[in-house]
Every structure is written in C-alpha cells, then in structure tokens.
Design a protein around this ligand. Structure first.
Ligand code: ASP
Ligand code: MG
Length: 494
C-alpha cells in the first residue's frame, strides 16, 4: 500500500479536489490511503475564530462559522451535484452544529485552553476529508471515510501531541487494513488525532505531513507521496534564479538541512517515522498529474551535482559580542550561552574567537531583552538586513576544494562575506552576506554549481570546474548503474 497526502492548496476548491480524485484514481492498483489537510486557510480561520470568541464577541465568531459553512457547502455542491450534496449535508451540518456550540461556549467562558484549541482546529480536517471522500465516490473511486481520531493515537501534549506508535499501529491495522483488503480507499484528515482516552489532539501546525508519515510507518507503506502545489523541492528559490530546477533525489538529512535554512516546501522532521522505516517519500505537484517531483530517502543517491540545493534565509541579524578587557575567555563564553538560553534564542551560525563571539539570529526573534542581557557581559553591536546562504549536499564530505570553489564564486560575484560556517559533518557550507547581495550571489553560485554539467563534454566551463568533474567520477565508481545499494534494494522490494 501507499500513502498519499494532499495539502491545503491541493484541496482548496472543487476544481482542486477534482484533480486530486484523478490523481488518486491513477494509483488505485497501489492501494492508496489518502490523508488530506483542511482546505487552504481554514485552520487559520479557525484560530482567528477562537481568538475572536474569547474576547466575548460571540456574534462575530459565529459569522465566521457561517462563512466556513458556506464555503464547504458550495464546494460540496459543485463537486457532488445538488442531490449527493443534500445527502452529505446532514454530516456536515452535525460538524457545524458542534463547532457553533463550541464557539458559543468560548464566548461565554472567554478562555481557550490548548485542549480546546485542538478540538476547535480539528473541524478543518474533519470537513475537508468528508467532502473529499464523497467526491471520490461520485467519481468511481471507492473511498471510505475514516475518522483519524480512531486510528492515530497520541499522548496528551495538546497542540503538538506526540504519536504513540504501538497503539497507532494496532488501531490502524484494525481500521484500515480490512478496508484496503476490500479494495476500498480510506480517506482521513491529517493533523488530527486523539489520546488513548479518545480526546482530540493535533500534531502541531502543518502536521498533515506528519500524519502521512506516521500512518505510512504504522502500515509499512511502500512509499509516501506528499502532494503539494509546487514541482517538488527546488535547487534554489525560482524567484531568485530562473535556472532553478526540481531536485530529483535528496537524502533525509539534506532535506532537513534545507528546511532549517529556509526551504518551505515541507518540514522533513515530520517525515522521521517514514525515514526510520526506510520508506521513500516523494514530494509531488498536484497541478501536474505526471509529476515526478522529488524523492527523499534515508541515504543520498549519487548525483552529478556537487550540492543538492542553495537556500537563502533573509531577515537575519548578526550579533557581535566582544568581551571587555580583563574578562576570562571561559567565563565569557559561558555567560553568553547562558544569556541565549535564558531567552530561548535560536541561533543559526556561530563564530568564536578568544575574546569575541558573533552569531546570527532571525531579526524578528532578537529581543531587546537579550541584547540588554548581553550588554551586561560585553560590548554588543547588531547588524540587521543580513542573510544566511546555505549550500547543502552530502557528497561534499571528505572532498578537498569545494569550499574554495564556493568562495571563489562568491568573490567573482563581488560579494563580501561576513561570516562562514562548515560543520564537521560536512553536509553544508553556510555564510552570511548582506541581504541586498542575495540575488546576485545565489545566481552566481547556482550557475556555477548547477549548470555546468548540462553543457556538452569538453566545454571549457566544465574543465575549469575541476572539482565537479573529480567529484562526479568518484561518485559513479562506487555504485552500480548509478544506483546506491539502498535504491537497488528498494527497487527490488517495491
Ligand atoms: N491544517 C493544518 C494547518 O494548517 C495542518 C496542515 O495543513 O498540515 O496547520
Ligand atoms: Mg501544509
């Protein structure tokens, strides 16, 4: 069996759901389990509705419930036709009745607890999954709606619950395996789950990918498909560089690194359950039925490119902390890190010398309080409008000359580097430049590292780039037919 997950934009309208039904229809032979997000923006609207209700403004919150009802009913009508939509109406109505009652309660008590918030947000996925399941049936895809709260079991950490795999496996086997055996297509909402006592929980915002991975791991899926609205993960942001292209294959570690440094397609940490079980994950484009997208596997397959991708994270500040004379190095660093800890500061890049330390942090997360605290320890100055450029690729490990060619290329672009970092794991090279320099430096790097091999052999640009050619040769030698042992094993298993 396979798991197919469709995000909010893939189910945002009747037209989008129509496409989803075609895509699922094309995979019937692989026994799909379908996981869907709430329709685009619905979860945000539920959050806003909750915030309004707790101010005591029940009528405005109820007006938002009405707007949601209309959107869902209209979508159902377009997809199902009047008659079938009327048959589904009581089920949707029951959900809206629960939602309305809850919102009234919120306006009366004026308090929204994490547990209440999970209950409130669960309506988005419940509604979308009910509509999608019926839309499938009307189109000859034998769907069966499944209540995620009866399969996916979590602890009670409301708003970001942790899955309980053993319990989830047991319940999913009972609920889902019989459906698959009858050639039915189970359709369930992502993101929502329940505790062992049946109390609704959620896996955290954007958690539908996580649901897909958990279900895939629980049911030993052959693969997991994450359908979204772009053609997989890209070598760089296409808005920065027109030459950006889809990454065919990427390792889990590389994908995680990319997500951390600004790639937005999906958060691979949520794919961990799948990766642990060696289930390949695909990121695909629901606007393109033939999409081949990006394949994420535990280990990186060989590639002609030295790097997998280049990201740019803007809106970053450099904080320079310079120890005042007479302060010991040891004590200095400890106090700086303690201050970061007190303010839960999440830093990206750190450079340390004996008497000074520089770090980068997202400007919006750099609080005045942290700066004031650091000023107690040392002299502090802050440079805003900076960006972290990150080149990610596992293949750079142990290869001399890569950093040199990165920094030569940056020099050719006439861009000044403010800070540099390469960890010993050698999976990325990151550095900091001024925000204004981002388009230029990214274009230069992308042209250098991602275009050369597309040119015919013997091209002078290719010769110039000796690092790449060496790297490619070495990679190929270790593998058979250009496939890693893991990929060959997977190909044999599927
Ligand atoms: N609907 C949820 C959210 O917007 C979960 C998801 O889309 O993955 O956060
Ligand atoms: Mg999402």
């Amino acid at each position: 069996m396979i798991v197919m997950k469709f995000g909010g934009t893939s189910v945002e309208s009747a037209e989008a759901i129509e496409r989803v039904s075609k895509i699922v229809g094309s995979r019937i032979k692989q026994s799909p389990l379908v996981v869907v997000s709430a329709m685009a923006k619905v979860t945000d609207q539920l959050v806003a509705m909750g915030n309004t209700a707790v101010t005591g403004d029940g009528s405005e919150a109820l007006a938002s419930v009405e707007a949601l009802r209309e959107r869902h009913q209209e979508t159902a009508k377009t997809l199902l036709g009047e008659k079938r939509a009327a048959a589904l109406a009581p089920k949707l109505h029951a959900q809206f009745l629960d939602l309305e009652n809850f919102v009234r309660g919120l306006a009366a008590v004026r308090e929204l607890t994490p547990r209440g918030s999970d209950y409130l947000l669960s309506f988005g996925e419940l509604l979308s999954s009910l509509i999608v399941a019926d839309a499938f049936l009307v189109r000859g895809v034998q769907a069966a709606w499944v209540d995620s709260r009866e399969c996916l079991v979590t602890d009670t950490t409301h708003t970001r619950a942790v899955p309980l795999m053993e319990e989830t496996r047991e319940k999913s086997k009972k609920k889902i395996v019989p459906l698959l055996a009858k050639k039915r297509i189970p359709v369930m909402g992502g993101f929502i789950a329940a505790s062992a006592d049946g109390i609704p929980t959620t896996l955290g915002r954007g958690g539908s990918d996580y649901s897909a991975a958990i279900m895939g791991a629980a049911l030993n899926a052959d693969k997991i498909e994450i359908w979204t609205d772009v053609e997989g993960m890209m070598t760089t942001d296409p808005r920065l560089c027109s030459g950006a292209r889809t990454i065919k294959q990427i390792s889990f570690n590389e994908a995680a690194e990319l997500a951390y440094f600004g790639a937005k397609v999906l958060h691979p940490l949520t794919l961990l359950p799948a990766i642990h079980k060696n289930i390949p994950v695909y990121v695909l484009n629901s606007r393109n039925l033939k999409s081949t997208g990006t394949e994420i596997t535990a280990q990186s397959p060989p590639s002609r490119d030295v790097f997998r991708a280049i990201t740019a994270k803007k809106g970053v500040s450099i904080v320079n902390v310079v120890a005042s004379r007479g302060v010991g190095v040891h004590g200095f660093l400890r106090s700086v890190f303690e201050a970061m800890d007190r303010h839960a500061a999440s830093v990206d890049i750190v450079a340390i010398s004996e008497v000074s330390m520089s770090f980068t942090i997202e400007t919006k997360r750099l609080g005045e309080a942290l700066i004031r605290d650091l000023e107690q320890i040392a002299d502090v100055n802050v440079d805003n409008d900076q960006a972290v450029i990150c080149l990610v690729g596992e293949d750079i490990h142990g290869k001399p000359g890569i950093a040199a060619s990165v920094f030569n290329t940056v020099a050719e672009a006439q861009v000044n580097i403010r800070m540099i970092s390469q960890g010993a794991s050698e999976i990325n090279i990151s550095f900091v430049v001024k925000e204004d320099d981002v388009p230029r430096v990214v274009r230069h790097l992308h042209d250098h590292f991602f275009k050369a091999h597309a040119r015919p052999a013997g091209n002078s640009a290719k010769k110039k780039n000796g690092v790449r050619i060496n790297g490619t040769k070495r990679l190929r030698k270790g593998t058979e037919n250009g496939k890693s042992p893991l990929r060959r094993a997977l190909a044999a298993a599927i």
